[in-house]
Design a binder for this molecule. Structure first.
Ligand code: 5GP
Ligand code: ZN
Length: 112
């Protein structure tokens, strides 16, 4: 399958790894909107939230919390945005399910 995130997960394409376990990989986004912009990606290929299986759906939130806390402490972020784009008309560009974890800083001027 021609999926960029499957290729990153298999190691075929390099990435900057933030976290890895049996089911998930978290990497730095190649075009970060802010310092430390991270993508949490299930290793199993799902297109987006609409076809994600129950097992991964159940497991992802604790991992999201763990990574968010790590990023907040590690980067001294003042806050975190959690975003998922599902389907083209919601801005999804990579059709392998992923969650954006975006550190926010008191002085930044991002708008979501
Ligand atoms: P989407 O719009 O699908 O929610 O976001 C896809 C994200 O994947 C974008 O923020 C984009 O910068 C990131 N991305 C696309 N290709 C690559 C890649 O090859 N490596 C990494 N690390 N991020 C990528
Ligand atoms: Zn994939």
């Amino acid at each position: 399958m021609d999926c960029i995130f499957c290729k990153i997960i298999s190691g075929e394409i390099p990435s900057s790894k933030v976290y890895e376990d049996e089911d998930f990989l978290a990497i730095l986004d190649i075009r970060p909107v802010n310092h430390g912009h991270t993508l949490l990606i299930p290793k199993k290929h799902f297109v987006n939230i609409f076809d994600t299986d129950d097992d991964i759906a159940r497991k992802i939130y604790p991992v999201l919390i763990k990574i968010s806390k790590g990023i907040k402490e590690g980067l001294l972020a003042d806050g975190i945005n959690i975003i998922q784009n599902n389907e083209k008309y919601a801005g999804q560009e990579v059709f392998h399910s992923h969650i954006h974890i975006i550190p926010r800083f008191r002085e930044d001027s991002l708008k979501f």
